[in-house]
Design a protein around this ligand. Structure first.
Ligand SMILES: NC(=O)c1ccc[n+]([C@@H]2O[C@H](COP(=O)([O-])OP(=O)(O)OC[C@H]3O[C@@H](n4cnc5c(N)ncnc54)[C@H](OP(=O)(O)O)[C@@H]3O)[C@@H](O)[C@H]2O)c1
Length: 226
C-alpha cells in the first residue's frame, strides 16, 4: 500500500514514516512545501540509510493525497481543518487515519491538558470536514510518542488504540499497524471512542514530564487478542 502522510515533516510524521517502511509499506511524505517534504525524505534517508528508505517519496500534501492509498494526518489541531480542506477533493473514499490530539498547547496552553472540540473529538471533526468525500475516518497513533516511533532500532513496544465506523477499513489499518515492531493495534469500537483515545495523550505527556522520559505509552492487558 502507498501511505501518504500529510504534514509528514514533523516528528510524528517522520516516526510513522519509518515504522510504515519497516512494515513493508510505501510512504509519501506530504507537506505544504515540496522543498520541505524533500528535506524530510533526505533526513529519513540519512537517519535509517538509503537502502532501507528506498520506498519513500516527497510530495505536496495535495499530490500525496491524490497518490496515496491510505492517508495519515499528522498536523497540529490548529492546522487540521485547513489541511483537510486542502486535500478533500483527492480523498475519493480512501481511508484517512487521523493522529491529531486536541492539546491545549496548540493554542498556547499546557500539553498536559486537552481542549474541548465541538464535534467530540478531533477525529470526529475530521469526519465532518471530509463529509461528502467518502472518507473512511479512523483515529489511531494518538497515544504513540514520536520518540518511540523514531527510535527505529528498538521495538515501539506499546499498543495502538484505534477507532472508526467502517469495519473493513479498520481491519486493513490494523493489519498494517500490527506489523510495526512491538505494537498491537486494539479496535476500540466506533469513531466516537476517539473522544477517550485522544484524551489519554495529555496524561501520557504529563507522565513523561514527571518521570523524565519521552517514551510513555500504554498497553491494555486481559484481552483475548486473537
Ligand atoms: N509528536 C508526538 O509525539 C505525537 C504523539 C501522538 C500524536 N501526535 C499528534 O500528531 C500531530 C503531529 O504532531 P507533530 O509533533 O509531528 O506536529 P508538528 O511537528 O508541530 O507539525 C507537523 C507538521 O504539520 C504541519 N503544520 C504545522 N503547522 C501548520 C499550520 N499552521 N498549517 C498547516 N500545516 C501545519 C507542518 O508541515 P509542513 O510545514 O511541512 O506543511 C509540520 O511539520 C499532532 O496533532 C499531535 O498532537 C503527536
Amino acid at each position: 500500500m502507498k501511505i501518504a502522510i500529510l504534514g509528514g515533516t514533523g516528528d510524528q510524521g517522520l516516526g510513522l514514516a519509518i515504522r510504515f517502511i519497516q512494515a513493508n509499506q510505501e510512504v509519501i511524505i506530504g507537506s505544504r512545501s515540496i522543498e520541505k517534504a524533500q528535506k524530510a525524505v533526505a533526513e529519513i534517508e540519512n537517519y535509517i540509510g538509503k537502502e532501507e528508505a528506498k520506498n519513500i517519496q516527497a510530495m505536496t500534501n495535495e499530490d500525496a493525497a491524490a497518490a496515496g492509498d491510505i492517508l495519515v494526518l499528522t498536523v497540529p489541531l490548529t492546522a487540521q481543518i485547513a489541511t483537510l480542506k486542502s486535500i478533500k477533493e483527492f480523498v475519493n473514499g480512501k481511508i484517512v487515519i487521523d493522529a491529531t490530539v486536541p492539546l491545549c498547547s496548540t493554542i498556547g496552553g499546557s500539553p498536559t491538558e486537552c481542549v474541548d472540540v465541538w464535534e467530540g473529538s478531533a477525529a470526529e471533526r475530521a469526519a465532518k470536514v471530509l463529509k461528502g468525500s467518502g472518507a473512511k475516518i479512523l483515529a489511531a497513533f494518538n497515544n504513540i510518542s514520536s520518540a518511540s516511533l523514531l527510535d527505529f532500532k528498538n521495538d515501539v513496544g506499546c499498543d495502538c488504540l484505534i477507532a472508526g465506523d467502517d469495519e473493513e477499513s479498520k481491519k486493513i489499518a490494523i493489519d498494517i499497524i500490527n506489523k510495526f515492531p512491538g505494537v498491537a493495534a486494539i479496535d476500540c469500537g466506533p469513531l466516537s471512542k476517539a473522544r477517550y483515545i485522544e484524551k489519554i495523550t495529555p496524561l501520557l505527556i504529563g507522565l513523561n514530564i514527571k518521570y523524565k522520559t519521552h517514551y510513555g505509552g500504554i498497553k491494555i492487558v486481559g484481552l483475548d487478542r486473537k
